[in-house]
Design a protein around this ligand. Sequence first.
Ligand code: DC
Length: 207
Amino acid sequence: MIIAVDGPAAAGKGTLTRALAEHYGLPRLDTGILYRAVAAALLADGADPSDAQAAEAAASTLDLSRFADAELRTSGVGEAASVVAAQPRMREALLLFQRAFAARPPGAVLDGRDIGTVVCPDADVKLFVTASAAARARRRWLELRQAGQDVDLAAVEADIERRDARDASRDAAPMRPADDAHLLDTTEMDIEAAFRAAVAIIDAARG
Ligand code: DC
């Protein structure tokens, strides 16, 4: 079974997909980490994240072990990842890896922006997880504070809105719900409620 989970930044896809992967006994791929690693490689090498050639080369030779997870989770790398991700040839370079991951039995849970539309258009179940920008900003702000980063809530919200606008308006695999995606708005839900709602959708979709 392939479960595709897309949605904007800080919508809670990470926590939700980890719980779904455990519940259904499936491996999980956070595809955002691939774009973040490409962005981090460019930044580390002093290259510009909007340099399409450098981005394609970095994606083709991607080494995920080069960076610690925490290094990839900063808002600076997230912003650069969104710039990198607008380039079609670098996206192409990451596509085979994502599809191969999904195709291995018994399937997978993938989270990203274009899983239901481009990476796995034939996924068994597609979820598009959203929440209001204010709710998402607050959750991200709390996460960053817990990780010891001193950030301003309004700045986090502005970052998130700018990143979403870029991810949704690009020509290459823009973030959008697939026509057959189930929308899950978690603005008023805690993690447990979002998990239960997602399981109800998935189980109903599987019949
Ligand atoms: O999910 P995230 O915040 O880790 O993603 C970082 C950036 O990577 C995001 O702003 C857009 C890009 N991305 C993408 O274009 N397609 C994906 N499937 C996943 C992430």
